[in-house]
Design a protein around this ligand. Structure first.
Ligand code: GLN
Length: 448
């Protein structure tokens, strides 16, 4: 598959031919179920769009039954920015319902398969984006990351996935899951493409009150030769599988070979971030999902009266995972438990933020696993708690609002990709991309 950088140089006619071929290729390979629809708008470079990002006149459903029939009345800011830069939304890709999940199994449209092994999950919730890029069915894709949903599927599918600093990319037009954590980001074949797409979608937007209103660009200054100080976390990595530990050691050697300085640091047990995240995220999700009442958006199931219509619509419209989170969110926000859960989670969130700040006092980047294992087989994670634990390495980054990038390092004995992530200070995407590019060069991972 050509890269985004190459595609941006194609003539209008070459691009048209490429898009026709791509459409035919996608239609000839339906088994992965990465795409929900292959819609083409405009004559730009085709980018696959996660089904929770509004593209005007498209059906946009967050892979939920409750949003069947909803047609987006406007473009998300990222789509407007893409169009101005000569990119076009091309196909909407599968995801976990309302971005809640780590496997893309909870989609209304059925599960997506991992392009490297069809009996394994592609990760989630941006599993369609990752599978499409990993299978050579997209040049690049947009995903969203609330607790790891860009970085974890990217690691599982052998591609690059980047979560920007909270506030860098406008959330206007993104279906909200947990508003204080959500960020849209690029999912690409390599680090340079991720930087290009990040530059295009990031920047000022008055329509999002949490937008950082910063317009600095990364690509013009991309520099893989900078010598950085990179923290490794020996204790933190102990709970990861042997595949991940092997990749971690390989990455450390590669970073040393590139002339970076490696220092050892520690993080508190990641289990605290899981608790803080699942309280914060479900509380926010409960509030955000209250709007799906059958009146304002999408699907309606008529009941005996108005209240019954709400109940029927929500009972039939939402899947099990979404319902679980709405209930959990209501519980942690309820007056009797608010102090015990929600307030404690916010305090924990601050401690996590401080912990990162401390490490970043004298280091440029942190090298961390992205996932505790490679992509699991379908049905392997038996209960929701097992699935929640699979986010253990990604979640704290969202709680602290930091930028991070996951990139493929190697394959394990079964041929499954192993990815790791680099984490940077808030708003220091430049260093994140510079360091990632340097690691990518030295590792020289060969895709499919
Ligand atoms: N897997 C995590 C969850 O289920 C993260 C989801 C996400 O980042 N959207 O909440």
């Amino acid at each position: 598959m050509i890269t985004l950088k190459e595609a941006l140089k194609l003539s209008k006619e070459e691009l048209e031919n490429f898009k026709n071929d791509l459409k035919a290729k996608i239609e000839a390979n339906p088994d992965l179920n990465a795409y929900i629809d292959v819609n083409n708008v405009g004559d730009g470079v085709p980018i696959a769009i996660k089904d929770n990002i509004q593209v005007k006149d498209w059906s946009v459903t967050s892979a939920s039954n409750v949003l069947q029939g909803y047609i987006a009345p406007y473009n998300a800011t990222v789509i407007e920015k893409m169009k101005k830069a000569g990119l076009s939304p091309f196909g909407r890709v599968n995801m976990d319902e309302f971005a809640m999940g780590s496997t893309t199994e909870s989609s209304f449209y059925g599960k997506t398969l991992n392009p490297h092994a069809k009996d394994r999950v592609p990760g989630g919730s941006s599993g369609g984006s990752a599978a499409a890029v990993g299978a050579g069915l997209a040049i690049a894709a947009l995903g969203s990351d609330t607790g790891g949903s860009i970085r974890q599927p990217a690691a599982f599918c052998g591609i690059v996935g980047m979560k920007p600093t909270y506030g860098r990319v406008s959330r206007y037009g993104l279906g909200a899951f947990a508003s204080s954590l959500d960020q849209i980001g690029p999912m690409t074949q390599n680090v340079e493409d991720a930087a290009i797409l990040y530059d295009i979608i990031s920047g000022s937007d008055d329509k999002d009150s949490t937008n950082a209103k910063m317009d600095d660009k990364v690509t013009p200054n991309l520099n893989a030769d900078r010598k950085l100080t990179i923290a490794v976390l020996p204790k933190y990595v102990e709970n990861a599988s042997q595949d991940i530990k092997d990749a971690y050691n390989k990455a450390i050697e590669a970073l040393k070979a590139q002339g970076h300085t490696i220092v050892e640091r520690e993080m508190m047990d990641a289990k605290f971030s899981i608790s803080a995240y699942y309280i914060t995220a479900t509380a926010e999700a409960t509030t955000n999902l209250a709007r799906y009442d059958g009146i304002r958006y999408g699907n309606r199931v008529d009941g005996k009266n108005l209240e019954d219509t709400f109940i029927q619509t929500r009972s039939k419209g939402f899947g099990d995972e979404v319902k679980r989170r709405i209930m959990l969110g209501n519980f942690v926000l309820s007056s009797g438990y608010y102090e015990a859960y929600y307030v404690k989670a916010q305090k924990t969130r601050h401690i996590i933020k401080d912990e990162y700040a401390k490490i970043f006092e004298d280091v440029d980047l942190i090298l961390s696993p992205a996932t505790p294992t490679v992509a699991n087989k379908f049905g392997e994670l038996e209960n929701p708690m097992d699935m929640y634990l699979s986010d253990i390495y990604t979640i704290s980054v969202n709680l602290a609002g930091l930028p991070a990038l996951s990139l493929p390092i190697c394959k394990n004995a079964d041929g499954m990709p192993v990815g790791l992530q680099l984490i940077a200070k808030a708003y220091d995407e430049q260093t994140l991309f510079d360091g990632s590019l340097s690691l990518e060069k030295q590792i020289n991972y060969k895709g499919q």
